[in-house]
Design a protein around this ligand. Structure first.
Ligand SMILES: NC(=O)c1ccc[n+]([C@@H]2O[C@H](COP(=O)([O-])OP(=O)(O)OC[C@H]3O[C@@H](n4cnc5c(N)ncnc54)[C@H](O)[C@@H]3O)[C@@H](O)[C@H]2O)c1
Length: 348
């Protein structure tokens, strides 16, 4: 269904990430933010006053869903509330952009996919903003084109720290019920998603998880090691911890029968193809992606990357043109499903 004029957006959840959504909506000329919502009135009021001038604020998302003057919602709340909010929004005829992870467990994920399927006239998009950045896109294209031959292995990692203060600040963090897990479903999910997306997806996952640095503080994992069977037959491996030192250290590596590539932080760390002329061409494409001004990941909060603007523009374009967003619920759910498969395996 096409929207005429500006798309009227409401942002639900006015915590950390909502600021970025509001900033990106403000930069899109086809959007008017008409409402913001948070269970905490002071957060909703502040967001309206400081980041969405002219928008009304409320503590009740049901009010937003009942408002015919709202076309679309951004869901920026804790993980467990994504499913009820997204399903209610779709049932009320609103387009939905939902932050990662879509859900806290496989059952909720299924219900969200069913709700999206029941409303093909609505745009249901899941945030994985790094899929919009040039380097992951080039790597995905290279794998698809067979530049590395048959993909044998995909490996990824993230080493960071989330301290006691972080977990104490918001009650939902570090709980099975509200966050669904910790380091895999939250801090490292973007790298896990990129690894799987670039590799063409995974069919199954096994894992070990542990709480090595946050015992007595959180009930979920702070460290995880996942083994994956990739859809194309290769094997994957992913490790992450948020119990290390204060850093943001990541790696992605893809190895195939014709060569491989390694990305460390936001840089090309290593590239080697058996065919050296092909290697030169691939290196030039990767260099162009890197120098296009957008980094895969930078330090500090900038590690959210530049992708949110591109993803929000894509969401609004899909609403205005009746098109498909680049990351549908179904697309995002592929990585979420592997997160839940890893957790189920670790629990066994
Ligand atoms: N894409 C990214 O890079 C990125 C980065 C940070 C956070 N996130 C995601 O964004 C989401 C929010 O994270 P955050 O760090 O902003 O959390 P936060 O705790 O700072 O904010 C969440 C807000 O949602 C509100 N809320 C909860 N339930 C609500 C409801 N039913 N109605 C209205 N408001 C409600 C809370 O009161 C809180 O103010 C999570 O899914 C998180 O994983 C994504």
């Amino acid at each position: 269904m096409k929207s005429k004029g500006k798309v009227r957006v409401a942002v639900i959840g006015c915590g950390v990430i909502s600021e970025l959504h509001l900033r990106c909506y403000a930069h899109n000329p086809h959007v008017k933010v008409v409402a913001v919502c948070d269970l905490l009135p002071e957060r909703a009021k502040r967001a309206a006053e400081e980041r969405a001038p002219g928008a009304r604020w409320t503590t009740d998302a049901a009010e937003i869903f009942a408002d015919p003057g709202v076309d679309a919602v951004s869901i920026c709340t804790d993980h467990a509330s994504h499913r009820p909010l997204a399903c209610a929004a779709l049932a009320a005829g609103k387009h939905v952009l939902c932050e990662k992870s879509l859900a806290v467990n496989a059952a909720d994920l299924r219900r969200m996919l069913d709700a999206a399927d029941a409303h093909p006239e609505l745009v249901a998009a899941g945030v994985f903003q790094h899929r919009f950045e040039p380097l992951p896109r080039v790597l995905r294209a290279l794998v698809e084109e067979g530049a590395f031959g048959r993909l044998l292995t995909a490996t990824g990692s993230l080493y960071t720290l989330r301290d006691a203060e972080y977990f104490r600040r918001d009650a939902w963090r570090g709980t099975r019920k509200s966050e669904g897990g910790s380091v895999l479903i939250n801090q490292s999910i973007h790298y896990f998603d990129l690894m799987l997306w670039i590799a063409g997806g995974a069919a199954s996952a096994r894992a070990y998880s542990a709480n090595l640095g946050h015992e007595g503080l959180i009930e979920t994992e702070d460290t995880i090691a996942v083994s994956l069977r990739l859809r194309d037959g290769g094997l994957g491996s992913f490790v992450a911890t948020n119990a290390g030192i204060k850093q943001w250290k990541s790696a992605l590596e893809f190895q195939g029968t014709a060569g491989g590539v390694e990305i460390r932080d936001d840089r090309l760390a290593w590239l080697s193809l058996a065919d050296k002329a092909a290697e030169k061409r691939v290196r030039a494409r990767i260099d162009r992606a890197l120098s296009s001004g957008e980094r895969l990941f930078a330090k500090g909060k900038a590690y959210y990357g530049p992708g949110h603007q591109a993803q929000i523009d894509d969401f609004i374009k899909a609403i205005r043109t009746g098109g498909r967003p680049f990351v549908t619920f179904a697309d995002a759910a592929q990585s979420d499903a592997m997160v839940f498969a890893a957790y189920a395996s670790a629990a066994r």
